[in-house]
Structures are given as structure tokens and as C-alpha cells.
Design a protein around this ligand. Sequence first.
Ligand code: A2P
Length: 272
Amino acid sequence: PVPTVTLSHGTALPRLGLGTARMTDDDAERAVGRALDLGYRLIDTAENYHNEVGVGRALKGAPRDELFVTSKFNKRWHSVDGVRTAFEASAERLGLDYLDLLLIHWPNPDQDQYVDAWRGLIELREAGLVRAIGTSNFKPAHLQRLIDETGVAPEVDQIQLSPIWAKQQDREFHARHNIVTEAWSPLGKGSDLLDRPDVVRIAEEHGKTPAQVVLRWEVQLDVVPIPKSSNPERQAQNLAVFDFELTDDQMATLSALDGTGSTPADSDTFGH
Ligand code: A2P
């Protein structure tokens, strides 16, 4: 079984999960079904992926208490009542009566209603409809505002993170506030990360693949990666990162790749 980390409100979060961004309903149903067979328990979807129905079909029949299902809602729901409606719609599409983790998908600071969304999530958690609550793509300044205005910190912040966008300041802020960092695009999609000579060499030293080395670097930093794959072999590969350990030198070599990639996909969303 995949090891877990306990979130600040007590829920056990698997230390690696399956992402489903850009999968259609049918793709997601197949990919999630295979992933569950392989031993994945954390499945990450979103309203914005338009595949919760497909994900839900794959979850049918699996023991609910063994699953950890995450979804996220769009900016139109950034109000206390809106979040309740967003939850009900996601749960209905997924065929679930509670979610393990629900996230504000983006802060959308222009709209400036993410604190209201956060109050809505706090109410959902109090009502027992979601086990854990958090954010996605929030920077420390956004998180600080939630803490200042509500006194409640998110349990998770899911951000774009990989060795070439290592987000050390975000991770330090998270650690200070007991927020678990989740990584989307943990394999550095859109970059040449998996072909970098340092990554390839370290992989050879362990008899592992470059993807496994990158995911292991994240796990050793206490980051929870959510690699997306529709391919059963790569899904299995990505899960097999709990049986080897990178040395301090190897960790440092990978960390030194920070900032050597092109502009990250999340950069334009935070221009202010
Ligand atoms: P595939 O689904 O064919 O495996 P993202 O960064 O958005 O999470 O996307 C991950 C991308 O990396 C996908 O295109 C996925 O393609 C690919 N991928 C997933 N696992 C591996 C792996 N172990 N080795 C190489 N590529 C991978």
C-alpha cells in the first residue's frame, strides 16, 4: 500500500496519487480503473477537467473508505453558498456522498472572492461533507490572507512543482503553517526534465527511470506528487518510488535544476 501523511485535521493523505487533467470521461474511466487495480488510492480531478462522471464510473464498486478522492471548483462558486452548490454538483457527478479533499482551484485574485470561498469550505468540513479542505495555485500571500481573515489554514496547497520549478519559498511557507504541498505536473511537463543528463545519470545509479527519480525527489521533500498517466506501465512505474532512496548529494543535484526551465505554465495567472 502507498504510505500516507496525516493532514492537519487528521485525514490520511496517500503520499502519491493519479492526476487526471485533460482526460475525457472515457479516458479518465479507463485510467482510474487501471490505477485502482495497481494500488493507487488518491485520485485527483476537478470540475474544470470535465471528467468527474468518468472518474466516478471507475470508482464504483471500490471500497469507499480506501479511496481518497480530490476535486476542485471554479471561480464562479467563490462564495459561501456557491461552494456548497459546487460541492453538491461534484459529489453528484462523482457518485459520492462525501469528498476526501476539496480545493479552491485558483485564487483568481482579480475577482477577489477567494476568502469567501474559503469560508464556504470551512463550513463544508464542519458539516462532514468533505474530510479535508485546501487550495490550489495559491501563493504564500494568498494563503496568509486566508489565515489572517479566518484563522484557519488550508490543509493542502497543490501547486506546479518539479525540480526545475522547485518552489522552495512556497514549501517553506507551507511547512511553517502545517500545509502539505501537492505537486501538479510533477514530471515537468513541457520541459526536457526527464532527458537532463543529471536526472538520467541518477536514474542509472539506482536502476530506476528518470520519472521515478524525479517523483522520489518530491517524496523525499515531503511533497505529494500527482503524476498523470493514461498508460498502465507508466502508472505502475510512477507508483514504484517507495523502495529506494536518493542520497543527499543526489537530492542537491536535482534541487540545483531549479530555475533552469522555461516559463512555468502557472506564471501568467499570478501577474499581480
Ligand atoms: P502518458 O499519459 O502517455 O503516460 P502532467 O505533467 O500534466 O501530469 O502530464 C504528465 C505527462 O507525462 C503525460 O503526458 C504522461 O503521458 C507523461 N508521463 C507520465 N508518466 C510518465 C513516465 N513515467 N515517463 C514518461 N512520461 C510519463
